[in-house]
Design a protein around this ligand. Structure first.
Ligand code: ADP
Ligand code: GLC
Length: 486
């Protein structure tokens, strides 16, 4: 039997991306389709989404919804692979100049509850024949943006007196909870009793994330370790009790890498290519990177790269403190990212202090991200917490040994270059246990030590590049979950 599943998300690579969620939304549906599922996607009609789809045509006029007139549902396809995408056209809600969630001043839009309630509501409508030609058996909602989809489904089921689609809710990041003042609950047109401790109410407010966690039939998150972590008081973001209560419905399924996009042997965004058996091209990538960022052209300087959202989560404040250690040992550092202005300024200052060795650039650019992952010797991901993390997986594929904090998906995917792991041919990077300067400094020290033994370094690079983090195994696990549900 072919399973019909609708993925509901706020971003999707290559149409719109602010982080790893877009990579997952862009790669998981095709991987499921390859394995026989009938998968479509629902997205809000942000300008780049509407502009990037082919064959867009209206499916349904939805009239005035969430105080917004003239809402329509359209259907199109992704030109690169033919993926069918439903998109909600509601220009007053989605056609804005900032990013999908924040305005130009980095402040969340005041009407985010309506903007994303509409997304969840339309998902539930699609499970009720909004498109006469297709309806899903599974609604798979991603993060708080789609969190109310399972709530709308449950409300509709109550109204119809029968089950509609089953729902899966995937937590990509428990730190973003979509919390709004209680009075906005009225705008959602959900049954009154849903505003309840056993429902969408969260410490007196309205939480979209909790809606997803409470009303979905199954919960997944993006790595096994994170699935355990979020059930603890320390890392449960106030939702650990609910998560423990639902532990039988909760599983951790690791994200994968789309090797069609991230492969150093044929990466369209690189000038020089290389592979595990032909590593020489990587040096040319390093030289190009040093040149691009105005660093000293030293081929034997250990080059650390960072490509990251600049937020508290990513732990770059800890890395800032370790810059003297890197510089003192003759290393270099390139940081590329955007986010928190205080962190941006701190990084800029460090770069000014060490112009030959440290470069910082602010921005978001897919091609530059590839250039840095390819040209670095080490990719640092010192996150305080990390649900899965894709950057370290890309780094492995590019033979750029990841240096990571032992947490979440980072712990599940990188093996430290300890003596025993080296002896057993397991080492693929550098892992520090405690989020402290000492631990990070020791991991940096291990990176320099291994770099001094070029044969072993190359062996670790090749091992990293041969790891298989493709979507295959994970897509099979999602499919098994769908089969259990339908
Ligand atoms: P998160 O989703 O928490 O940001 P992930 O590691 O899962 O972390 O995914 C980050 C994704 O965003 C990767 O594809 C990474 O290359 C990309 N990325 C992060 N910062 C930038 C940037 N400044 N420019 C381009 N891509 C970026
Ligand atoms: C989130 C997490 C990141 C994860 C990504 C995709 O943004 O921070 O760890 O890899 O989602 O699931």
């Amino acid at each position: 039997m072919t399973i019909r599943a609708l993925h509901v998300a706020s971003e999707l690579y290559p149409l719109l991306k602010t982080g790893g969620l877009a990579d997952v939304a862009g790669a998981l549906p095709p991987a499921l389709i390859e394995r026989g599922a009938d998968v479509r996607v629902l997205l809000p009609g942000f300008p780049t989404v509407l502009a990037g789809l082919a064959d867009l045509h209206p499916i349904a006029q939805l009239g005035r919804r969430f105080d917004t007139p003239g809402v329509t549902l359209e259907r199109g396809t992704l030109p690169s692979n033919g993926l069918v995408v439903y998109v909600i056209r509601a220009d007053t809600l989605y056609d804005r100049s900032g990013n999908p969630y924040l305005d130009d001043e980095h402040v969340p839009y005041g009407d985010n509850a309506q903007r994303f309630a509409l997304l969840g509501w339309v998902a539930a409508q699609l499970a009720q024949q909004l498109d006469p030609a297709w309806s899903p058996q599974i609604v798979h909602a991603h993060d708080w943006h789609a969190g109310v989809a399972p709530a709308y489904l449950k409300a509709a089921e109550r109204q119809h007196g029968r089950a509609l689609a089953r729902s899966v809710f995937t937590v990509h990041n428990l730190a973003y909870q979509g919390v709004f003042p209680a009075h906005q609950f009225g705008q959602l047109a959900l049954p009154d009793d849903f505003f309840n401790m056993y429902g969408v109410e969260f410490y007196g407010q309205l939480s979209f994330l909790k809606a997803g966690l409470f009303y979905s039939d199954r919960i997944t998150t993006v790595s096994p370790t994170y699935a355990r972590e979020i059930q603890t008081l320390a890392q449960g973001g106030g939702l650990d009790a609910l998560l423990r209560h639902r532990s039988h419905d909760l599983s951790g399924i690791l994200n994968g890498v789309d090797y069609a996009v991230w492969n150093p042997a044929d990466d369209a965004l690189l000038d020089t290519h290389y592979s595990a058996t032909r590593l020489a091209g990587k040096l040319a990538c390093k030289e190009a990177l040093q040149k691009r960022f105005g660093l000293a052209q030293k081929s034997d300087a250990l080059l650390f790269g960072v490509v990251s959202r600049l937020t508290e989560q990513k732990g770059l404040d800890l890395l800032l403190g370790a810059v003297p250690e890197i510089v003192k040992r003759g290393g270099q550092l390139v940081v590329f990212g955007t986010g928190d202005p205080a962190l941006e300024n701190g990084l800029k200052r460090v770069a000014q202090a060490h112009p030959e060795s440290v470069a910082v650039e602010l921005g978001f650019d897919e091609a530059l991200a590839h250039t840095i992952v390819a040209g670095s010797d080490v990719i640092a991901v010192p996150s305080r917490f990390e649900p899965c993390g894709l950057t370290q997986l890309y780094a492995l594929a590019y033979g750029s040994l990841p240096l990571v904090h032992c947490v979440g998906g980072l712990a599940d995917t990188v093996a430290d270059a300890s003596l025993e792991n080296l002896a057993d041919d397991l080492a693929t990077g550098f892992v520090f246990e405690r989020f402290e300067p000492k631990g990070l400094a020791a991991a940096i020290r291990r990176a320099f030590a291994l770099y001094g033994r070029r044969t072993e370094w190359k062996a670790a690079q090749r091992r990293a590049m041969r790891q298989d983090f493709g979507w295959g195994a994970s897509a099979e696990r999602y499919l098994a979950l769908y089969r259990e549900l339908v």
